[in-house]
Design a binder for this molecule. Sequence first.
Ligand SMILES: Nc1ncnc2c1ncn2[C@@H]1O[C@H](COP(=O)(O)OP(=O)(O)O)[C@@H](O)[C@H]1O
Ligand SMILES: [Mg+2]
Length: 630
Amino acid sequence: MEEALDEPLLEERRRSGSASTQASREDDGAGVKRWTIRRVVLQESAWLALGCVVLLIRMPFSIAMPYFQALVLAKLAGHERHEVWSTIKFMAGAGCIDAVLDFWCVYLFSYTKSRLIKSLRLKLFEKVLAQEIGYFDVTPSGELSSRLTTDIATLANDMTWVFRFSIEAVARILGVSLTLFHTDWRLALVTCTAVPLLAGANRLYSKFLRENAIRVQDSLAKANSVAQEVLSCFRVVYSFANEKYEYQRYQKEVSKNFHLNVKQAIIDGFYYMFVSTFLMNTAVRVLIIGYGAHLFFAGEIDFEKLSRFVFFLDMLQNWCNMLFDSFSNLIKSGGASAKVFEILNRTGAAGRGKGGAGDDRRGDDEGEPLDQRNDAAGSGQGHVAFENVHFSYPARPGDIVLKGITFEAEAGKTLAIIGRSGSGKSTLIHLIENFYQPSAGRVLLDGRDVHSFEHTRLHSIVSIVNQDTVLFGGTIYDNITYSVHNSGEPLLARELMPRVVEAAKVANIHDFISSLPEGYDTEVGERGVQLSGGQRQRIAIARAVLMNPRVLLLDEATSSLDNESEKAVKDALDRVMENKTVIVVAHRLSTIMNAHSILVMEDGAIVDCGPPSGMQDRLRSGAADMEILE
Ligand SMILES: Nc1ncnc2c1ncn2[C@@H]1O[C@H](COP(=O)(O)OP(=O)(O)O)[C@@H](O)[C@H]1O
Ligand SMILES: [Mg+2]
């Protein structure tokens, strides 16, 4: 048995685990282009180019400043009053033009940055939505929100400013260097002695930065996911009085981030001490002024040239610093961008049918008009079948959860699944929803593999009500209509209201909603915390009813409720279940006995099945074992 399962398991591992890592290394064979910094920059190339053009027009005006300054000083020394004033006028004119152009530089690059942030964020969110369920089993949501917020902003910020400053700095450094050589080649050569030292220091520094940046970004994301988890489950934290424990957990992650930042600060300090202050500001300057003075006394250079050289040297230093800064920022943001691109290049849709968010592939029926597609969806009866299905969760590939499941759920009938906790009942339900793909075997809906359905179509046929329902923050109306977003219904129009009320009546929740001062416009709070479990559950049922699914999956939909709510929910369900294929995971004998047939699961396999009449005795004898309640 074990050996027979090796192949499907390997296949599953190939499909789920390695697909993503491979995809991040290779080019997608299907011709889907990978996301890289270059591709992102190219996307905004028009705006960036415009910014650069303004930058280049601006350049002569700002480079002219030291030239004018030296000239004024020289004319002053020569008491050439008229020349002094006319040079100052030129200087002021050039400065004003420079200032106006500066506005456009800042505006254009900031605008490009905002465009980049917006498009990267949307792209990333779309990509996250396109991931398979297994991805969310192993990826904390806090980490993803960290990618969406800080990482994207860092990435876009650095990319645009680096781009701007690098281009500006390189152009200016070239221009100034040429001017320096033109002014005095001997002094310029002395300046160049710093270059190999600079290159060496930069190499060391960038190596450290690159490694540290990824650690910094990771530690931030971890801290973020702790915070997010605590905030979203605060009631649990409170009920165990674990605020201190959670604080310490967060503190641990924040401290890790702090230590990495301190390490960064020490290295930064050394780097700036050596490169900026010692090498550029002190050593080069002392050398130049010393050697310049020597040349001046030897009569080989005049006062104007020497002061012009020193002014330009200042400018050169500023721009070199600017270049180093943007260069180190780019490396620092490398940690953020690596993570963002890792997600952007993930081939997530592996686990879902066509037509999901971010799915670049065309569905096989995408060309059809919507009504025809719905017609096609309407042609089946809601017959569900499992054919020798094996399954293990991607997060735990070694643990085989379903071991050769074969059964049929007849259209329009109710099938009850019973079995001990952990026997694989919910897993089976999840496979019908195509949350995961079987390692081997097929799950069929009306004779067709659920995985081959268009994503939105499958989920307009099949609906699920779980044990613990999560609602969305928003009104009751929003929550009930959540199930019809994909159907092209006019959601905001009040035309939908009669149907919403109808669904709420079927779900036994209309009276309660009407008793609220704001009725259907009542806010339910984040995840529906302002409602009781039974009310949430009935709203979830109304949501399913409104959608009118052909196959209804009920996974212990009533088991977390008290007796009174259970009765209300059960009555609601009995009405909903009419004329539908219903697969119900249940513990109550009455529910089980009302089903057309029963499956008994044990340890991932079906150990008994048949109509309730034939199984009565067996059920009663095994009731305690299977946690069946009277
Ligand atoms: N997302 C998951 N990742 C890994 N293992 C899971 C996941 N969900 C459930 N399991 C495991 O699968 C087995 C079957 O779980 P489940 O189908 O939920 O049982 P139940 O019959 O109680 O509904 C259990 O051993 C459980 O630990
Ligand atoms: Mg379960």
